[in-house]
Write a protein that binds this ligand. Structure first.
Ligand code: FEO
Length: 395
């Protein structure tokens, strides 16, 4: 794809990666992704904002063919999907300096082997004049690593946010015109990448409140011509308030645990509690992460395998612990053959969750009427707890 104009002497550069299906050898990309870079040509100096994943270097190189001088390469983030082509760019433009936070400098030296004299380290709030355009450099730690920053371009009112507000979405649309589709992709991205950093995100959102942002240009997915759309979504997702939702990841080997899950879900729905039920056998774990953005309660359904939880349930618990959701309650349901320590083993996997344990309900073999009654009682308890917190409905 060629460079695309977004404003006077401001162009989108980068690559749409339609075919990538996995990020960090971990995160599913059902809709691909993009690596957005931006070229800002001031009256006196030119800045390239971020680069692309190393696999897309030839695309960026072709887009820069007509650009004879780059004074600054602004590296908002040191992760290689944005910084990986910096060595190539520095080779092409020997005059260019890498502009980044002090922490990013160390990372770029360690990960890319950049030379010490190629850096221009930026303090928080520092301004980078390009002549008639100025970039304000704002340190924004933990969106997504500790070294990250964003930049705000005056007088155009564009916030270049790198990972912050991004979405893994390969599309020919330069702007987020189909907001429902972009909302889904951005929420998945938030769930998989940003959710562990809710507190820093709230702080960063508050800092951005003083800027007159007309456009948000992230480094993944489409540009936001209506910034309120994604700013409001982030305020909702990062807030500490969960919604009236149960995230219910489960796995069943011979159907007994599935019967228990079905009984619990039916009872929850009858009591007005929303449920996201996720079969972990072959599941897209992005779906689980998205449910965890809102869920007030997590219920894990697992059979007992070799005395502990099914490995798929253990993996889900490990991930839930890692992304630090805002859930307040946890329960475990499942079937066993002759005994085990499922509750203790799963509990040990979620030390970061600040949750009250409700239940659990475990049964030997197929659930009996008494087991179903226990599941109904668990549903009633969850519904009561949610009511006590006056939770917002899922929207
Ligand atoms: Fe898109 Fe944290 O890199």
């Amino acid at each position: 794809m060629r460079r695309r104009k977004i404003a006077d002497r401001i162009h989108w550069l980068g690559a749409v990666d339609w075919d990538r299906r996995l990020f960090d050898a971990l995160i599913p990309l059902p809709d691909g992704t993009s690596y957005n870079a931006y070229l800002v040509e001031g009256s006196e100096r030119t800045a390239l904002l971020d680069t692309v994943d190393p696999s897309m270097e030839p695309v960026l190189l072709a887009q820069l063919e007509a650009t004879t001088r780059v004074d600054y390469v602004v590296a908002h983030h040191a992760e290689q999907d944005h910084s990986g082509a910096i060595p190539m760019v520095l080779g092409r433009y020997p005059e260019a300096k890498v502009v980044c936070t002090p922490k990013a400098k160390g990372m770029l030296v360690e990960h890319l082997g950049l030379a010490d004299d190629r850096f221009h380290v930026a303090e928080d709030g520092q301004e980078l004049s390009l002549g008639d355009k100025t970039l304000k450099l704002i340190h924004a730690p933990w969106v997504h690593w500790p070294e990250t920053m964003v930049s705000y371009l005056e007088p155009d009112g564009i916030l270049f946010s790198c990972d912050f507000f991004g979405s893994h979405l390969a599309t020919s649309e330069l702007y987020a015109t189909d907001e429902a589709r972009v909302y889904e992709a951005a929420k998945r991205y938030y769930a998989e990448i940003m959710m562990p950093f809710r507190k820093p995100i709230e702080r960063n959102l508050a800092r951005l409140g003083s800027l007159a942002i007309r456009t948000i240009a992230p480094s993944h997915g489409p540009i936001y011509g209506r910034p309120a759309f994604i700013l409001d979504a982030y305020r909702d997702w990062a807030s500490g308030e969960p919604k009236n939702l149960v995230a219910l990841p489960y796995v069943s080997m011979h159907g007994s645990t599935k019967k228990m899950v079905d009984a619990l879900v039916a009872a929850l729905v009858e009591r007005g509690v929303g449920v996201q039920q996720i079969d972990l056998a072959g599941a897209d774990l992005g779906k689980l992460a998205m449910a965890l953005v809102d869920a007030a309660t997590i219920v894990i359904g697992t059979p007992t395998v070799l005395g502990g939880p099914h490995p798929a349930a253990a993996y889900a618990a490990f991930l839930a612990n890692a992304v630090r959701p805002k859930a307040r309650f946890l329960s475990i349901v499942g079937s066993y053959g002759w005994g085990g320590k499922v509750v203790e083993a799963l509990g040990a996997l979620v030390p970061s969750l600040k949750v009250e344990l409700l239940g659990p309900v475990l049964t030997r073999g197929l659930p009996t009427e008494r087991d179903v009654a226990a599941l109904v009682e668990l549903a009633s308890l969850i519904a009561r707890r949610h009511e006590e917190l006056c939770l917002r409905p899922i929207s």
